[in-house]
Design a protein around this ligand. Structure first.
Ligand SMILES: [Zn+2]
Length: 389
């Protein structure tokens, strides 16, 4: 079979084409179809595959092997058949914007900071660029400013196949050779003044088409930094979502939008101080509740609203210093969580309690914790009947 003609290199803005089916085979998820020519870009050079349709069939993926491009479809075709193809332009355009933006950013990282792009991925929410050595968040702000100037200047992006002399004299960044060779030739994509890079992907003709270049986040990754980038509409959507969040927080906290960060920090500090005060109050409450227990009681039931399982355990442990079995209940009338504590073990008491009140829970030696269904008076009566008599 002849190699598939790559129409996407002839005009990256074209989305519709007709072609002849050369072969169609069953595949795990559907069918894989080879055409004589195609606008579907197959995954490569960090750029994900195009999606779209061939007649009524969905094209979910496209891969290249030995010069043939395989379209993964959900319906079969007959060899010799003529088909109409349609590429999902929104998806492709977003990749082209991000890919062109990636060249600009990688060129700046290389020329101004001496960093190589050692990993590039698109298609999982963010575009990521991994650098060969670390770069600070402060320096990334500089990269972002320069990159957006390149967009505003609306520079023409050049694609060339330099010959032997050209290749020797040209200074360009290089990705893996297999990602830059097209028909055995090296394809160099140049953004004059910013970048030249061997690449097989699809790019816009001018930098202005990229729109905003936003370096959203960065983190340490392997020997360098992973940069999270959004371009054009993706960046605008991200801005809109964050704007909404910040203005929402601003209203809630009565703080200016650019002051929400210190306002949230103050709120967290206040919460932490309140938690400390609550712990102090609880300690005093638990100590006085335990002091009210007559020394040497065979059992003691205590009901208190709003206790956490940990609070209940602590209070039961304190009460058990004065009573044989300490039972602490917390909840609403009819449905209580409980903690039973006794130095002599609580398995009999917990089993009897669960059996009487449709309860369930776990126990570990001196402590049992669980939940029961019953009223306060019925539970108290159970303890009188079960433990005093
Ligand atoms: Zn590229």
């Amino acid at each position: 079979m002849d190699k598939t003609i790559k129409l996407f290199y002839e005009n990256v803005l074209e989305t519709r084409f007709t072609a002849t089916v050369l072969s169609c085979e069953r595949d795990k998820a559907g069918y894989k179809v080879v055409l004589d020519r195609t606008l579907f870009y197959p995954e490569g050079g960090g750029q994900p595959a195009d999606k779209g349709s061939l007649d009524d069939a969905a094209v979910n993926d496209a891969r290249e092997k030995d010069g043939l491009i395989y379209h993964y479809t959900d319906r079969p075709f007959e060899p010799g058949q003529t088909v109409s193809g349609q590429v999902d332009w929104e998806r492709r355009a977003a990749f082209m914007r991000n890919h062109t933006g990636e060249h600009i950013v990688s060129g700046i990282l290389s020329s101004r900071f001496g960093l190589s792009n050692v990993g590039f991925h698109m298609g999982a929410g963010f575009t990521t660029i991994d650098t060969s050595a670390p770069i600070s968040k402060e320096d990334l702000k500089t990269v972002e400013l320069i990159a957006n100037k390149a967009v505003r200047d609306n520079i023409g992006v050049l694609t060339e196949f330099p010959d032997g002399d050209g290749l020797r004299t040209m200074d360009f960044r290089s990705k893996l050779p297999e990602n830059a060779l097209i028909g055995g030739e090296i394809r160099v994509v140049t953004v004059p003044g910013y970048d030249a890079c061997a690449c097989c992907g699809l790019h816009y003709f001018t930098t202005g088409a990229v729109g905003i270049i936003k370096l959203v986040d960065s983190q340490k990754y392997k020997a360098g930094t992973r940069i999270y980038m959004l371009c054009g509409e993706d960046a605008l959507k991200d801005y809109a979502a964050k704007n909404e969040a910040v203005y929402g927080i601003s209203v809630l906290l009565s703080a200016q939008p650019d002051k929400v960060f210190p306002a949230v920090q103050a709120l967290i500090a206040e919460k932490s101080s309140l938690e400390q005060r609550i712990i102090g109050y609880k300690n005093r409450l638990f100590a006085s509740a335990a002091e009210a227990v007559p020394e040497g009681s065979p059992y003691y039931c205590h009901f208190e609203e709003g206790l956490s399982p940990d609070d209940m355990k602590r209070l039961a442990t304190l009460i058990a210093e004065r009573a044989g079995i300490a039972a602490v209940f917390s909840g609403t009338e009819g449905m209580y969580k409980y903690a039973l504590y006794s130095k002599n073990g609580v398995s009999d008491a917990a089993s009897a309690l669960n059996a009487a009140f449709n309860g369930k829970g776990g126990m570990r030696e001196a402590l049992a914790q669980g939940a029961v269904i019953g009223t306060e008076s019925a539970i108290k009566a159970f303890f009188v009947k079960g433990f005093v008599n």
